[in-house]
Every structure is written in C-alpha cells, then in structure tokens.
Design a protein around this ligand. Structure first.
Ligand code: NAD
Ligand code: TYD
Length: 343
C-alpha cells in the first residue's frame, strides 16, 4: 500500500504514520507537510530512522504546502499513490478566532488542490479527515449523526465544513472515490500544548494557573488518538465510497472534569483552576453517534478515558524535553497575546 499522508508531522498525522508502520506490513508513505508552528519532524524520528533514506526507504518526507498546486503536482508526478489521507490543516479554534485567513487557505483551498491532484492522478481513494465541530453545538441531550445538518460556529469549523462540501462535490461531480471521517476531540502523545489537555498538563506541572473558559461546563467527547487512527485506517480500507463516518470515544466530559482529572493525577491543588473570559461562539456540547462506523467498519474505541488519560499523562511526563522544545518563540507570542487579556 503506497500512501500520501498530508500533515503527518502534526499530532494525529504523526500518530497515524506510527500506526501504519506498526500495523501495515510493506506500506510505503510519503508525508507532505508544510511544517507550520504545529508540525514537528521529531514526532517521526523513529520512523525516519527505520524507514527513511538510511533505513528501508519506505518513508519519505516532503516539505510542501497543500495549497501550492505546483508543489503538490510535483509529488504526484514522482509517485503513484494508492490513496491520499489528508490530515493537513490549521487546527486550533482560538487561532482561527484571532485570524481566520490561513484557515481558509489551508483547510479549504488546500483540500481542493489535493482533491484535484488526486483526481488527475486517478488515485484509488481519498480520505479526508474532518471533525465533529462541523455540526455545531448540542444542547444537553442527543448526539451528532452523519445526517445532522452542518452548522459550524467558528472560523475553524466553517473552514472544515467548506472542505467537506468540496469533497462531496468531487464525489458527485467527478465520481471520485472519497471518504470523510468526522471525529471528536483527540488526546494522546505529540499533541501540541495549545490544546486543552497538554496545555493543562504543562501549566499544572509548573504550578501555574489553568485558564478554563466560561463556567467550565462545556462538554467534549474525548477519544484517544490511537483509536482515531484505527478508525481512519478502517475508513481507508473498508469504507464505502462517498460515505461520511463519525468517530467518537464514548467519553463525554466537562472541561472542569478533565482539568480536575489532570490535577489529581499530578497531585496538584484545584485552586490552580482559574475561570477566564469565555471563548467567543464557544460550542456548548459535542457528542458522537458512531453506530455507522461500528456497523460498517467494525469500529469501537479501545481506550476508555481513565486508561487514555493515564497513558497521555505518562507520555508527557516522560517526554518533558519534547514539550519544552515545541514551545517556540511563535508559541510564546501567541499564548501571551491570547491569554494575556483573559485572566
Ligand atoms: P495539528 O495542528 O497538530 O497538525 C497539523 C499538521 O498540518 C502540522 O504538521 C502542520 O505543519 C500541517 N500543515 C498545516 N498547514 C499545512 C499546509 N498548508 N500544507 C501542508 N501541511 C500543513 O492538527 P491535528 O490535531 O493533528 O489535526 C489533524 C487533522 O485532524 C486536522 O484536519 C483536524 O481538523 C482534524 N481533527 C482534529 C481533531 C483534534 O482533536 N485534534 C479532532 C477531529 C479532527
Ligand atoms: P480545544 O482543546 O481547543 O479543542 P476544541 O476547541 O477543538 O474542542 O478545547 C477543548 C475545550 O477546552 C473547549 O471547550 C475549550 C476549552 N478550553 C479552555 O477552557 N481553556 C483553554 O485554555 C483551552 C485551550 C481550551
């Protein structure tokens, strides 16, 4: 199996490439990544060592922008891919509130450029990685299904929904074999510390205040990243063309509950929790009905929240150097600008 994976130096993409080399004998992977602030080739160091140019040659990294049609065409001219898995995206809601424009360029235009290149190259399958956030926000009851109307509320989720519609258009118009996966909030190794769980781990370890938006009662359905990777691969290998698959972790938690779990695991006091000004347009609750993926793909999450958060905290504690290394000047500047005015 020869795959083009985009965004493979980010959190989920890197976990997926590790998963591929562990579970898919003989796979060959080209990882196309722009290396934005969120992309880190060190996430794949062991893959590079074993399977890169000085290893068995089954892994290759290409630094390029998915929105750059010429660079993308060059990659397709050089390789014949069985499938494309598109993880590349601007992924942080708060950054999209600060500046929506790169979200449109990468998430919408980038997806269309990739779709076009894959179509021209007659690639067998295109898997587009999307999110539950395209469905908007739930009240206290109910779950999102694949037929819930799209009602995105942030510039991030609007850009993801736009890309999903472009994928749909390529299926309907050109008969392209594409599948969309929509997953709930991921957590686990290599997640960039701007997202809730690694951010709170980092701050709590240092005894710093933990900025919780609003009343802390917003609910997310947390899925361990390895389970999401398995779901993506099932969608790639077994999904029906033109289908959308929801994935979730069966782990609905309020943000306060998540933060308290992290504090308890680290033996830190709850007095570190600081309620700050709410995120504008903050979705109240997400929950996923993934019965279609269960039925058609045999998907079920293997990690419950207690096991997943335990493994995650252990990983971050053992990889302090990774955490410190990704906190670049750009990261510190954004954090100061975003949180500086909120406390
Ligand atoms: P991330 O921000 O950790 O990684 C994104 C990666 O994409 C980085 O390596 C970055 O360098 C790369 N990238 C960004 N712009 C690019 C461009 N123009 N060209 C090429 N590469 C580019 O994101 P993540 O959390 O790993 O999310 C991956 C995908 O999964 C995204 O599409 C996101 O919308 C989706 N998703 C994420 C979650 C979650 O909880 N993190 C949940 C559901 C879906
Ligand atoms: P996040 O990890 O940014 O994921 P998403 O917005 O895609 O769900 O945030 C998860 C939840 O945590 C969300 O309800 C916002 C909240 N949150 C805070 O309360 N404080 C923070 O500093 C951050 C980053 C998030």
């Amino acid at each position: 199996m020869r795959l083009l994976v985009t965004g493979g130096c980010g959190f989920i993409g890197a976990n997926y490439i590790h998963y591929l080399f562990e579970t898919e004998p003989g796979c060959e992977v080209v990882n196309l990544d722009k290396l934005t602030y969120a992309g880190n080739p060190l996430n794949l160091r062991s893959v590079e060592e074993r399977h890169g140019a000085s290893g068995d040659g089954r892994y290759r990294f290409v630094r390029a922008d998915i929105a750059d049609a010429r660079a993308v065409a060059d990659v397709f001219a050089e390789h014949r891919f069985d499938a494309v898995v598109n993880f590349a995206a601007e992924s942080h809601v708060d950054r999209s509130i600060d500046d929506p424009s790169p979200f449109v360029t990468t998430n919408v235009l980038g997806a269309q450029v990739l779709l076009d290149a894959a179509r021209k190259a007659s690639v067998g399958r295109f898997v587009h990685i999307s999110t539950d956030e395209v469905y908007g926000s739930l009240g206290p009851e109910g779950k999102f299904t694949e037929t819930t109307p799209l009602a995105p509320n942030s510039p991030y989720s609007a850009s993801k929904a736009a890309a999903d519609l472009m994928v749909r258009a390529y299926v309907q118009t050109y008969g392209m074999d594409a599948v969309i996966t929509r997953c709930s909030n991921n957590y686990g190794p290599y997640q960039f510390p701007e997202k809730l769980i690694p951010l709170m781990f980092d701050r709590a370890s240092a005894g710093e205040p933990l900025p919780v938006y609003g009343d802390g009662g917003n609910v997310r359905d947390w899925i361990y990243v390895r389970d999401h990777c398995r779901g993506v691969h099932l969608a790639l290998t077994r999904g029906a063309a033109g289908t959308v698959y929801n994935f979730g972790g069966n782990a609905e938690k309020t943000n306060l509950a998540v933060v308290r779990t992290i504090l308890a695991a680290l033996g830190k006091p709850e007095s570190l929790i600081t309620l700050v000004a709410d995120r504008p347009g903050h979705d109240r609750r997400y929950a996923m009905d993934f019965s279609l993926a269960a039925r058609e793909l045999g998907f079920a999450p293997e990690f419950d929240f207690a096991r997943g958060i335990g493994a995650t905290i252990e990983w971050y504690a053992a990889n302090r150097a990774w955490l410190d290394a990704v906190k670049s000047g750009e990261y510190l500047k954004f954090m100061e600008q975003w949180y500086g005015g909120r406390a």
